[in-house]
Design a protein around this ligand. Structure first.
Ligand SMILES: [Zn+2]
Length: 383
């Protein structure tokens, strides 16, 4: 059992010191400490892109009037939020993510000063976000599981990208950035026009990098992405760029419900996959989707790409992000030696456990991570 997804093959799991020590089919070798009954055991899910600090903005923004308008909306709402609001939002976001079966997470963090005061309940990469349109930006000392995130080519300068690249290459920090998210971003860089071009010009951004090609091409041409970057969105790109990204070992992070919220052009999954570029699924923030559930993201993706097998889609929130986070064999799989990050969902009897996972709605009854049971409902604890 390579990925641990078959309930027939994986009837029991023995955990020791936070890791999976043994797995097996049939009857367990001894009386279990925990009997989950007729539930389907899955590896904990991995959300490779979210902004938990916007959890309190759920349902407050509209994507209908375009991307530049949405930026205006979120900036106005952020101005009315205190650091305590963001702290509370992060805590609420963690609770919601865990309740929906997420056990590892990359959180983009625009307010690094609040990270130290928050005890993350699950494995978390705090990706420090850099923006330098109006003022210089310097990365602070990075937390454990270091990550850097120049926000996007329209808000972070080439110099900021270079500094982040140097940090990633020197320390092994994860590097992630938004790129090619909206048609407005593409229009700004390719044609030096459009609402985003106008907005950022008014804010005083140096627009001399516009009018020469798309934003992803700019990052690639200028050498602003270290090998193995997580490229978030990539809804808009130019011909040949997915293959270039694949050669550089990058990974695309697709956020299906945020994509639908803005009404972007169809996500070119087949072209990206054909170029050999891995794709992950993530939630992005509640400023552009309604829940922090990766099950909801998988279902949205499946509805738009019905020809993709369920197991491949489940892999986009388990095996593929584990590889992108350089943790293959440690997370995203139920294998001996892996971290004991386990979740369970009701088993509807489908022979394909991934199909069962794609149908799951709402919270999950069982979550184990960070060497403890975090969520436990509807199971029998043995005396
Ligand atoms: Zn984002």
């Amino acid at each position: 059992m390579a990925d641990g997804l078959s309930p027939a093959a994986c009837a029991w799991v023995e955990c020791r010191d936070g890791r999976i020590a043994r797995t097996g089919a049939g009857d367990p070798p001894r009386r279990p400490d925990l009997d989950l009954g007729d539930m389907l055991l899955l590896p904990g899910l991995i959300n490779a892109h979210c902004h938990l600090e916007y959890t309190h903005l759920r349902g407050m923004l509209s994507g209908r009037r375009g991307f530049a308008d949405w930026i205006g909306q979120i900036n106005a709402l952020k101005r009315h939020s205190s650091l305590d609001d963001f702290r509370g939002a992060i805590r609420d976001g963690f609770a919601e993510a865990v309740a929906h079966g997420t056990t590892s997470l990359v959180n983009i963090e625009a307010y690094p000063e609040i990270v130290a005061g928050i005890a993350a309940p699950i494995r978390t990469w705090w990706a420090i976000e850099g923006i330098d349109i109006r003022a210089p930006f310097a990365f602070p000392p990075l937390p454990e599981l270091p990550a850097v995130s120049p926000h996007a080519p329209y808000t972070a300068s080439a110099a900021l990208y270079r500094r982040a690249t140097r940090i990633a290459e020197a320390t092994g920090a994860l590097f992630t950035t938004h790129v090619g998210e909206s048609g407005e971003e593409h229009e700004m860089f390719a044609r030096a026009s459009g609402p985003l071009y106008d907005l950022l010009g008014r804010l005083g951004r140096d627009m001399s990098d516009c009018g020469h090609g798309g934003s992803l091409g700019l990052l690639l041409d200028e050498g602003l992405l270290p090998r193995g970057s997580l490229l978030v969105h990539m809804n808009y790109f130019c011909e040949g760029e997915p293959a270039r990204c694949a050669r550089d070992g990058h990974t695309v992070v697709h956020c299906p419900r945020s994509h639908a919220f803005f009404g972007h052009r169809a996500f070119a999954f087949d072209d990206i996959r054909a170029a050999g570029l891995p794709v992950l699924l993530a939630t992005d923030s509640l400023a552009s989707c309604r829940t922090l559930s990766l099950f909801d993201e998988m279902r949205e993706f499946a509805s738009r790409h019905p020809h993709i097998p369920a197991d491949e889609i489940l892999g986009m929130v388990t095996r593929a992000p584990a590889a992108a986070l350089r943790m293959t064999g440690q997370i995203g799989a139920i294998t001996v030696g892996a971290r004991a990050d386990l979740i369970a969902i009701p088993d509807d009897g489908d022979a394909d456990p991934a199909a069962t996972a794609l149908r799951h709605r709402g919270e999950v009854p069982f979550v184990m991570a960070a060497e403890r049971v975090i969520v436990s409902r509807r199971h029998k604890l043995q005396a």
